[in-house]
Design a protein around this ligand. Sequence first.
Ligand code: SIN
Length: 283
Amino acid sequence: MTIDIQPSGQACGASVRGVDLRSLDDDTTAAIRSAWLEHKVLAFPDQSLSDDDLEAFTLRFGPFGDDPFFASIDGHPHIAAIRRTADETSSLFAENWHADWSFQEFPPDGTCLYSKVIPPVGGDTLYTNQQAALEAMPTDLRARIEGLRAVHSARGGYAPDGAYGDDDDGRSMQIRPSADAYATQIHPLIRTHPETGAETLYSTIGYIIGIDGMDDDEARELLGELYQWQIRDEFQYRHVWEPDMLVMWDNRCALHRATGGYEGHERLLHRTTIGFNAAVRAA
Ligand code: SIN
């Protein structure tokens, strides 16, 4: 089988055909990893995956990540259902740009999302290439963020008083808000990707609540300016879903966000997290 990789023509993203994700050998896994590092977001159309297959695929790229604040689906502790019913009126899940779980000490390398029910319109996922955003950044903005460390927290979303907190009625997704979300973690704003060696911006104000050692007002202004740069159109890729499609993305160098526009239709995807992989860092 020849693996066929077609770049999206946008700032990142590629679709991959000619491979059955249920039966990967080591060479094909290595080819997929290399394409993933190059394109940051890979979409595999026409894959017929059970939940066991999805877990097995994930484990080919690293350990499972630790998913706080989500309940898992029955019988699969590492799979969460990203679900929205046709008549749901709760706020859209994951609508703000973010890198998954960046508030952890060892944030996950990647995420896999497998589509089960896709609405006929809307529900695209947007990505933005943060290596490209850093490469193209004006020197004066870069000089202002160089060496800074950001304070990350899940509180805006997952604390009891957060966006998905205790008052968020009628959500079909099994989110579990917790006071643990108030914890903070510090990571540099500019990091070196552990596998490609490329410098990249890491995360954004979805989870970044301040800058270590900087006054809050000053930090908010700088982060707002940085955010406007991070999400510019020229760094983006719009992913349009089809049923039975697996997408994997690299949280170390890409941000993502969900979009709406499918009111009156159901949307359901199963998600796994590719955890922090110490082995690729030691290699
Ligand atoms: C996510 O961020 O995990 C979900 C993205 C989406 O629903 O499009």
